[in-house]
Design a protein. Structure first.
Length: 573
């Protein structure tokens, strides 16, 4: 960060636009005049008075007075500040001492070549989801929170990596889009207008993206913005393009949009494929020549398709490539509904245990699905790769203060419920597109810090910590965990996670196959946390979580140090 004019005491830089105006005025009046050689922060400045000002500059909400080349003061022009200045000056105080803020041209410490930060070795694009239209600065603020959390974790856990640096850049794609213009606003009724405008600026983004009319505009806008940012960054950091790595952190709907851009999924191609399948079923009534021509047409159209669905599985032709100008190393999804979109597109579990079933490594080296257990928007991805993983718990994300945590790729799969023998033909397995019921585990930081504060605040006005603990104890002892987590009535699911499996597990499904790399990673719930309040706050609270920040850095800083995945099966536990 560069600065010219700084505030005395805090040494924070002034805003760039005001700093530039002050610098131009200073040079015009004092160019060529020497300043003092050294600055003593403990020195007491000489008393100055408003009549001693030899130069003044009016800004939008303040003004600056120069008393000498080294004595520069900033004054607020707010009404309250003017009144306070008048009163204090009548009492005998000087203008500068009563309401002035001294400014310094240059920083308090000398700069040196050794002070420069390490070169950026890993660039992370942060993509927002819905609601950005309501607050265009939101993704910038969220990225700043994520960056601050990452800096704290860097200092604590990666202080020895002085030659590496991870930089987070926000990608604000929504405000650049025109979409429907004023059409939706024109058809919106006036009653409860505030609520309707909020929905139009947030949930409407989902409808825009599922619309064939506006979907291309959204994907094209996000692609252009990410490529523009990458080119701009490389122009200012030429060495990065050759050696740097790029990851993407997407939130909510942004995960779906980013995924579709990388894989080239297009609903038009999907429906075209569906039509070709229908024609193929009629081929049995065609002549040999007609069948041959149909197969040729079928093959030609498939070759032009980047990604498509056929017989319930994803197929990627060899020509598939990402429209981004860089190779994506990691794709981190936070609070992602991607699994629901894929399930509704016909994606069903495969049998190879690799992420290529969903996202080929040629496009992205590794896929991560990060979610809070009570996030109502997030869904699991692993059961769409291997079906029996609906009964295997997601990997628990380590608490940021955990001492000597087990490397993530060395954590063994754990069954949620023992696999029982099939007693009837009607018995079914958990849905592959939903997160299974899990026992609550209380380890360290909760992502919903706001939820904690709200619960403690409620205690102070009568609810009481005793009532919370009693209600929690009542739920955990008298109510089936399936009911608490929204499971259908009649399901008899144990509330404790099981780490064993019935000897007859193979009677239902083959659990010997294991994922090459784990995809689902779940944050731990806090000890003092209401699940209902957490369901409201958890979806937007990933940004400030130290656990999430440490998780991201772990896989970016230690990418080459991660142990190879074990080939041990869950049955051997």
């Amino acid at each position: 960060m560069r600065g010219q004019w700084f505030v005395d005491g805090t040494w924070l830089p002034l805003e760039e636009d005001e700093s530039d105006l002050i610098e131009l005025e200073h040079l015009e009046r004092f160019r060529g005049q020497p300043m003092q050689d050294t600055f003593d922060p403990d020195a007491v400045p000489a008393a100055v008075d408003s009549k001693d000002a030899i130069q003044s500059l009016k800004l939008s909400r303040s003004h600056v007075d120069w008393h000498s080349v080294d004595e520069v003061y900033l004054y607020s022009d707010a009404t309250t500040s003017k009144i306070a200045r008048t009163v204090t000056q009548k009492l005998g105080f000087s203008k500068a001492s009563s309401s002035g803020t001294r400014l310094h041209r240059g920083y308090v410490e000398e700069a040196s070549l050794e002070d420069k930060p390490p070169q950026t070795t890993h660039l992370v694009f942060v993509v927002h989801g819905i609601g950005q239209k309501m607050d265009q600065m939101r993704i910038i603020k969220n990225t700043a929170m994520l960056r601050d959390a990452a800096r704290k974790m860097e200092e604590k856990h990666f202080s020895d990596r002085d030659s590496e640096h991870v930089e987070f850049l926000p990608v604000e794609w929504r405000s650049r889009l025109t979409l429907d213009g004023d059409t939706v606003d024109s058809i919106t009724p006036d009653k409860v207008r505030g609520l309707r405008d909020m929905l139009n600026s947030s949930a409407m983004d989902i409808m825009y993206y599922t619309s064939p009319l506006y979907r291309d505009e959204i994907t094209r806008g996000l692609t252009q913005e990410m490529n523009r940012l990458y080119s701009l960054f490389c122009s200012r950091n030429p060495q990065f393009e050759e050696k740097g790595k790029v990851s993407i952190v997407s939130h909510s709907l942004g995960c779906v949009i980013t995924f579709d851009i990388m894989t080239g999924w297009d609903p038009v191609r999907f429906y075209l494929q569906e039509g070709l399948q229908a024609k193929e079923m009629e081929a049995c009534r065609m002549s040999c020549e007609e069948r041959r021509l149909l197969e040729e047409l079928y093959r030609t159209r498939l070759e032009r398709t980047c990604a498509w669905v056929l017989a319930g599985e994803f197929f990627f032709p060899p020509c598939l490539s990402s429209p981004f100008r860089y190779q994506v190393e990691n794709f981190f999804c936070m609070g992602s509904p991607l699994a629901v979109f894929l399930a509704l597109r016909g994606i069903r579990p495969g049998n190879d245990g690799t992420q290529d079933h969903i996202l080929p490594k040629s496009i992205c080296q590794r896929l991560f699905n990060i979610f809070h257990p009570t996030d109502p928007v997030a869904y699991r991805l692993e059961p769409l790769i291997l079906k029996h993983y609906s009964n295997i718990a997601p990997v628990q994300i380590h608490w940021c203060n955990t001492l000597s945590p087990t490397p993530y790729d060395q954590i063994r799969p754990t069954f949620i419920n023992p696999v029982k023998e099939a007693t009837s033909d009607t018995e079914s397995n958990p849905s592959p597109s939903t997160s299974p019921v899990m026992a609550r585990r209380h380890y360290g930081e909760s992502i919903t810090n706001l939820g904690k504060a709200s619960i403690l605040g409620a205690a102070s006005i009568g609810k009481g910590i005793g009532g919370i603990l009693f209600s929690r104890f009542s739920r955990s002892t008298s109510q089936p965990s399936g009911v608490e987590s929204g499971a259908a009535e009649g399901e008899n699911q144990p509330s404790e996670a099981q780490t064993c499996v019935s000897p007859s597990a193979s009677a239902i499904m083959d659990t010997s196959l294991e994922l090459e790399r784990r995809v689902d990673f779940e944050l731990r719930e806090g000890l003092v946390e209401s699940r209902y309040w957490s369901a409201v706050t958890s979806h937007t609270s990933y940004w400030c979580s130290l656990d999430v920040a440490l998780f991201l850095l772990t896989f970016m800083y230690q990418q080459d140090d991660v142990a190879e995945p074990s080939t041990q099966s869950p049955e051997s536990l």
